[in-house]
Design a protein around this ligand. Structure first.
Ligand SMILES: Nc1ncnc2c1ncn2[C@@H]1O[C@H](COP(=O)(O)OP(=O)(O)OP(=O)(O)O)[C@@H](O)[C@H]1O
Ligand SMILES: [Mg+2]
Length: 320
């Protein structure tokens, strides 16, 4: 079994009546890049804070590299680079002074600090703003400084809480590339709302909803699982007196594989489009085709659609 970098053992966190994290268990082997997804208020930040040693679990254990964070918060923190949500930074400090301060806290020997800071700042693209006060930086540069402080100590594990939130599309691409680069040598847990980010850079996706774990899989497997199969169909113009949209929906719904049928807005040329969500692992196209032929419907096109991760996410976190 591969060595684990992170383990959540039946983690709970409540704030008064609110059950923010409700019995979450998962483990992450060394080197994996994990996307940690969930809607607002799902418990992502609370979970990451328990790993980072900023929040005590109500029950259960957060374990970093074999050490329970609550047993030895300092040792666990040494192994972690943490980019908190809305990363709080000292606004009236110069970027370079702040990072030097972080290097001190991280106990990097003074003789190595310059080289380390240069490397980190180069990677994060902040060499040009080293002499500025943090308070003067744009949101994107602040976020880069936040990332820089997380990696100054060269930690084995990075916990990144929405690293691209509030950035413009160019900055998002840059930060994403940086994370991908970092993922080659580090274990990363990345909380995000941005699903393409997960598809682009993560080996694995963990989804939580309402404090509970609802999925744990590779991005590809999540997209093709269970409900995630759909057939798109297009019919030619029909005599609406004998067959209408409702009737076609009934016909398509009348095979065991069908879970739901929805019609798409017409294209103004008399054609009718439908999306049929099908269950099971098999291919429902043959059964759909036979039904269509039996009822003499003028089928023009039929193809299987890839269901997006976004849609899978919505299904898992909202029900139908
Ligand atoms: N310090 C706190 N005191 C009281 N309630 C809190 C505290 N921190 C979080 N909560 C509550 O716990 C629940 C989970 O919050 P959390 O911030 O972990 O969610 P999240 O998944 O990070 O959401 P978002 O996507 O909005 O960042 C929410 O209902 C939130 O209001
Ligand atoms: Mg959060």
């Amino acid at each position: 079994m591969p060595k684990l970098m992170v383990e959540a053992r039946d983690l709970y966190k409540s704030f008064g009546e609110t059950q923010a994290v409700d019995g979450v268990s998962f483990s992450v082997p060394i080197g994996q890049v994990v996307g940690f997804l969930g809607p607002n208020g799902a418990g992502k930040t609370s979970t990451l804070r328990m790993f980072a040693g900023y929040l005590e679990p109500t029950k259960g254990q957060a374990i970093i590299d074999g050490v329970a964070v609550s047993d030895d918060p300092l040792l666990a923190r040494e192994k972690i680079g943490y980019l908190p949500e809305n990363c709080p930074l000292y606004d009236d400090m110069m970027v370079v002074d702040f990072l030097r301060f972080v290097a001190e806290v991280r106990m990097i020997p003074p003789s190595q600090q310059d080289a380390r800071l240069r490397l980190v700042c180069d990677r994060c693209g902040i060499l040009s703003v080293l002499g500025k006060d943090i308070g003067q930086l744009s949101k994107g540069y602040r976020q880069r400084v936040g990332l820089a402080q997380a990696i100054v100590g060269d930690p084995d594990l990075l916990l990144l809480d929405e690293p691209t939130s509030g950035l413009d599309p160019n900055q998002i691409l840059e930060i994403r590339a940086l994370i991908k680069e970092l993922g080659k040598e580090k274990t990363i847990i990345l909380s995000t709302h941005i699903l393409p980010e997960v598809q682009a850079s993560c080996d694995r996706v963990i989804i939580i909803s309402d404090g509970k774990l609802v999925a744990d899989d590779t991005p590809d497997a999540l997209m093709t699982k269970g409900t995630a199969s759909r057939v798109s169909m297009l019919f030619g113009p029909m005599d609406s007196a004998t067959v209408d949209v409702h009737r076609i929906r009934e016909i398509l719904a009348d095979i065991p594989e069908t879970r739901s049928v929805s019609s798409r807005p017409g294209e103004g040329d008399g054609t009718l489009g439908f999306s049929v969500d099908v269950g099971g692992d098999g291919d429902a196209r043959s059964a759909l085709f036979q039904t269509v032929v039996q009822h003499g419907l003028p089928l023009l096109e039929m193809h299987r659609e890839q269901v997006s991760l976004e849609e899978t996410f919505r299904k898992l976190t909202q029900g139908d």
